[in-house]
Design a protein around this ligand. Structure first.
Ligand code: GSH
Length: 362
């Protein structure tokens, strides 16, 4: 019996997990996350309405794409999306955090400020596939409003929008140069970093029509990479570059992460440590307040989510746990990335774990 994957075509994180499952050759069936599915499967199993959710053939429920991917990495043979070598693995883990937890900003901006009406129809088609087009639009508008409502708390507003667009266009230009030379981030095999980036760059920034037009016009090689990622031709194929090489074309992408996301995550970490100190027996909330962030010289405020710190803990733990020679190689590479001190000197006083679909103190 195949595993059951509950998700939807317009969902960012469904796109991430699906691309991975297809490359890994996992035998799964995708089930649309209709209103009924949320009520009868997702909420009873996970405790809240969220996608994607995987129910394995053994009946185990997995939520969070990172845990879904790690489950199949551990239980399925064949090549891995985690490189073995220190620099490549570190870069892959960092790129996952950048895609998952930062590029949500341009993804949400372009979706809701360029594709709003179209997206309502899509939300309706997922929630109630059997309903008429008119009914779907009503349902979709209601459901979509919740997601549109996330834009201001993600820091998307009149002041920040020009900077978000300038940053996204510069990122596309950097990635276009990269994908002119390489099929994936680190060679001819996709890594966990590619899966982090594909979430925002597929469902919102490629598949939403107005956003897709922008990507194809400004960065056709990035669009080509999206197509390779989501239309898997040969599962389990490809290799990472030899000798732990990191293409120089990834340096500007890492520098953008270090300049934009890392200072914001440090503020989030400091706020979370203070919160955890003052709230010892309280369940961890989705956000511990609002924190400043800067993009292209413009400062905004957005919610500070502890979840992003759980994701960042992965590259932090990996980097700090490296043995001497490997750590030296990783550090030498990081010294060529402007702003990487924000990562190497990162302080996280309160560790986190993700258990039974919830963040807990680690
Ligand atoms: N980090 C999670 C995020 C899942 C997520 O945020 N999914 C979105 C749809 S793409 C959602 O269902 N959001 C509703 C919510 O979290 O309340 C993952 O990797 O699975």
């Amino acid at each position: 019996m195949p595993h059951k994957f509950y998700g939807g075509p317009l969902s960012l994180y469904s796109g991430k997990a699906r691309a991975y499952l297809d490359w890994k050759g996992v035998d799964y069936e995708e089930i649309l996350s209709t209103t009924e599915v949320y009520k009868t499967v997702i909420v009873p199993r996970v405790g809240r309405p969220v996608i994607p959710v995987m129910v394995t053939d053994g009946g185990e429920t997995l939520q969070d794409t990172t845990l879904i991917i790690d489950h199949f990495e551990a239980t399925t043979g064949g090549p891995s999306v985690y490189p073995d070598t220190p620099k490549q693995r570190l870069v892959a883990l960092l790129m996952e955090v950048f895609g998952d937890e930062w590029l949500v900003i341009p993804a949400m901006h372009y979706r809701w400020n360029y594709n709003e009406e179209w997206v309502y129809g899509e939300f309706g088609a997922v929630a109630a596939p059997e309903a008429s087009r008119e009914e779907q639009l009503v349902i979709g508008r209601e459901r979509g409003q919740t997601f549109k409502g996330f834009c201001p708390i993600l820091g998307i507003n009149e002041q920040t929008i020009p900077a978000i667009e300038a940053s996204y266009e510069a990122l596309l230009a950097d990635l276009d140069r990269h994908f002119a030379e390489h099929d994936y981030l680190l060679g001819s095999r996709p890594s966990i970093g590619d899966y982090g980036l594909i979430g925002p760059l597929y469902a919102h920034l490629y598949r939403d029509p107005a956003s897709g037009e922008i990507m194809k016009r400004l960065a056709p090689k990035v669009a080509g990479w999206v197509e390779r990622m989501v239309n898997v031709q040969q599962p389990l194929s490809g290799e990472f570059l030899p000798d732990d090489a990191i293409p120089s074309t990834l340096i500007p992408v890492l520098e953008r992460m270090m300049a934009e996301q890392m200072p914001f995550l440090q503020k989030t970490s400091d706020m979370f440590a203070r919160w955890a100190d003052a709230n010892r027996d309280t369940e961890i909330p989705r956000a511990v307040g609002m924190a400043d962030f800067s993009i292209e010289g413009v400062t905004g405020q957005r919610i500070a989510p502890p979840f992003s710190l759980w994701m960042l803990q992965r590259p932090l733990d990996y980097h700090r746990g490296l043995a001497d020679v490997e750590k030296a190689a990783a550090d030498e590479f990081l010294s060529s990335v402007d702003g990487a001190g924000a990562f190497t000197n990162f302080t996280m006083d309160q560790r986190l774990a993700f258990e039974k679909f919830k963040l807990v103190r680690g």
